[in-house]
Design a protein around this ligand. Structure first.
Ligand SMILES: N[C@@]1(C(=O)O)CC2(CC2)[C@H]2[C@H](C(=O)O)[C@H]21
Length: 504
């Protein structure tokens, strides 16, 4: 029924609806095979607007990582020789509903337009399963699990493979619901185990939890709560931050957490915006004793959640998916500038926001143009490797399919025009196995999940620059926890002596 309702909604309103959907900018690089890309170029909007400020790291860096990977592939004569890879990249604005609208553009060519007067049933021919020219071969993205879930529901109707580089919700492991979805990152069932193991290793038995509303936050805390029960860790208070939260919401959460005096540890499975606003509320509360924040990758190793709230974030333990820095990407990215990087339609806005300056419409040697990304402040976004891996995984699958279906011809043969998405995903994508650009193993388990490796980070003062803070790696989790408990530095207000436990 839900399929028919959705189908009717698409068919009944489709011609008019799509007349203006996809009005947002898009990045288009032509090629014989085009890959779709979805990135949170902007944060969620506020005060009624859909899109907010530019997402400098998880948006722009990741988009450029996809373009960087495609450049490398198009210069690699061993991958799809004679065939160029193109891209159509769209902004999700960190919002699932907007992302779904944008993703309709990836399948527009496959939707036959019929008048709305036809019967409300939705015969198969409205959703043309055979791939039409102009339809993307697959989609790289999204970041947020809520986005990936919505988009996966659409793409499966057209048998279009999707590979996410950041969506970790355990919900996406469900093969029946997400049969064309894979990810180069592990599911949060493993991240929840890692967090529970950290708590147990300190002997903590009484903690509170906070989830952002949505699949990532709620599934993450659900998985953690199960793991906590197995380790006799009790949940003192469990909070959920609704999408409609305002500053009073966060203040109220801090107030309720403080009532649980003995639950000083707070586990977060939150969006980065919620982590940021929660820390701001903790700062407003002017707490005499800090909480010990224990945050999943939504906070991770990012600067944005802690900026301006470093003192209340000090001592936090955060989880990031284990990656290696892609040195070649930094060489590419740090040379980008608005004069030459014309293929990225959001780059001017990014540049102006990052450097707080204005680029003139007519290029001139002004101060704004003279700025450089290579100014010593650049930190590579932590999931850059996973973006590059996702692009390579899809292209390696296409290359293998081409060798099998087209018998090594140096162009696309009829057997791949159009590309059979079901065959591509089930016979090739799920079977890729290769060493990536930083010599790490890339493969998918039977549920389309990436390998589960995590870094454990501690947010603390920089011992060489007391007024600065930094994330320091204090451990890792790869099936089991490896961490030096003594290496963790908590906030000065947290009196944890080596042989005692926090009051539970
Ligand atoms: N792992 C995430 C998810 O949604 O699945 C958690 C997050 C919401 C904060 C986003 C992170 C990211 O973009 O690196 C994803």
């Amino acid at each position: 029924v839900s399929f028919l309702l959705m189908c009717y909604a698409v068919v009944a309103v489709y011609p008019e609806y799509l007349a203006n959907v996809g009005e947002g900018k898009k990045l288009r690089v032509d090629g014989n095979i085009v890959l779709g890309g979805l990135f949170p170029i902007h944060e969620k909007g506020k005060n009624g607007s859909i899109c907010g400020i530019i997402n400098e790291d998880r948006g722009i860096q990741r988009l450029e990582a996809m373009l960087f990977a495609i450049d490398l592939i198009n210069n690699d004569t061993n991958l799809l020789p004679g065939i160029t890879i193109g891209a159509e990249i769209r902004d999700t604005c960190s919002e699932d509903t907007y992302a779904l609208e944008q993703s309709l553009e990836f399948v527009r060519a496959s939707l036959t337009t019929v008048s709305a007067s036809t019967s409300p049933e939705c015969p198969a021919e409205y959703v043309n399963k055979t791939r039409q020219p102009g339809v993307v071969a697959g989609v790289i993205g999204g970041s947020y699990s809520t986005v990936s879930i919505q988009v996966a529901n659409l793409l499966r109707l057209f048998q279009i493979p999707q590979i996410s580089y950041a969506s970790t919700s355990s919900e996406l492991t469900d093969r029946k619901r997400f049969e064309y979805f894979a990810r180069t990152v592990p599911p949060d069932t493993l991240q929840a185990k890692a967090i529970a193991d950290i708590i147990a290793s300190f002997g903590w038995t009484y903690v509170s939890t906070i989830a952002s509303e949505g699949n990532y936050g709620e599934s993450g805390i659900y998985e953690f709560t199960k793991e906590a029960g197995l380790r006799n860790i009790c949940i003192a208070r469990s909070e959920k931050i609704l999408r409609s939260a305002d500053s009073q919401t966060y203040d109220n959460i801090i107030t309720r957490l403080r009532r649980k005096q003995n639950a000083r540890v707070v586990v977060l499975f939150t969006r980065v915006e919620d982590a940021r606003d929660l820390l701001s509320a903790a700062k407003r509360a002017n707490l005499s004793q800090n909480f010990i924040w224990l945050a999943a990758d939504g906070w991770g190793a990012q600067e944005s959640p802690v900026k301006g709230s470093e003192a209340v974030a000090e001592g936090a333990i955060t989880i990031e998916l284990q990656t290696k820095k892609v040195e070649k990407f930094d060489e590419y990215f740090l040379h980008l500038n608005p004069r030459t990087n014309k293929r990225n339609p959001w780059f001017k806005e990014y540049w102006e926001q990052k450097f707080q300056c204005e680029l003139p419409e007519i290029p001139e040697e002004g101060s704004c143009e003279k700025r450089s990304l290579d100014d010593g402040t650049h930190l590579q976004e932590k999931k850059t490797q996973f973006v590059v891996d996702a692009v390579y995984a899809l292209v390696m699958a296409l290359d293998h399919m081409h060798r099998v279906v087209c018998n090594e011809t140096s162009s696309l043969c009829d057997g791949m025009i159009p590309i059979n998405g079901k065959q591509l995903f089930k016979e090739f994508v799920l079977k890729v196995s290769f060493k990536d650009i930083v010599d790490q193993q890339v493969s998918f388990d039977e549920n389309g999940n990436g390998l589960g490796r995590y870094d454990i980070l501690n947010f603390r003062r920089d011992e060489n620059h007391p007024n600065r803070y930094q994330y320091v790696k204090v451990g890792k989790w790869h099936g089991q926890l490896e961490m030096d408990l003594q290496a963790v530095e908590f906030h000065p207000s947290v009196s944890v002596l080596s042989d005692t436990k926090l009051p539970m």
